[in-house]
Design a protein around this ligand. Structure first.
Ligand SMILES: Cc1ncc(COP(=O)(O)O)c(C=O)c1O
Length: 130
């Protein structure tokens, strides 16, 4: 956690990065953020995200020896629920990759509330808002 805080402290609060497409940018972001992660750290990806917000994180996990937790969506609300996220978070969670609007289900997730839950556990949140 301390290493990650130092690493991120170097970046300014608001920056816009232009790139080829969401998937390519996410590959770049995953490799950049991965520099502050170590074997045994945990990341969370959802079961409703586009591949562009899953594969980069899975490949990072494979390369670094991270533990991947899969966050399901609720089959009634068709949304990712805060309680489901809470159940997967631990003190080892470094990042949660979420989607805002799902191309799979058409759902819109409550990313603000989900982000608050993840941040309380000390995790970063990466939102695909395509
Ligand atoms: C929700 C969502 N996320 C990510 C992507 C991937 O975007 P890109 O083609 O810019 O990599 C898509 C593509 O349709 C998408 O619908």
């Amino acid at each position: 956690h301390a290493a990650m805080a130092d690493f991120l402290g170097a970046a300014s609060a608001e920056e816009i990065i232009i790139g080829a497409n969401m998937t390519t940018l996410t590959y770049h972001m995953s490799r950049t953020l991965g520099r502050a992660m170590k074997p045994g750290d945990e990341i969370i990806v959802t079961r409703m995200d586009h591949e562009g917000n899953v594969s980069p994180w899975l490949q990072l996990a494979e390369d670094l020896g991270l533990v991947v937790r899969f966050l399901p969506f609720d089959e009634k609300s068709w949304q990712v629920e805060e309680a489901a996220l809470s159940a997967l978070l631990s003190e080892k969670t470094r990042l949660v990759a979420l989607n805002y609007a799902s191309n799979l289900t058409g759902s819109i997730n409550r990313v603000k509330a989900l982000t608050a839950v993840a941040k309380q556990a000390g995790a970063l949140v990466y939102v695909d808002a395509v």
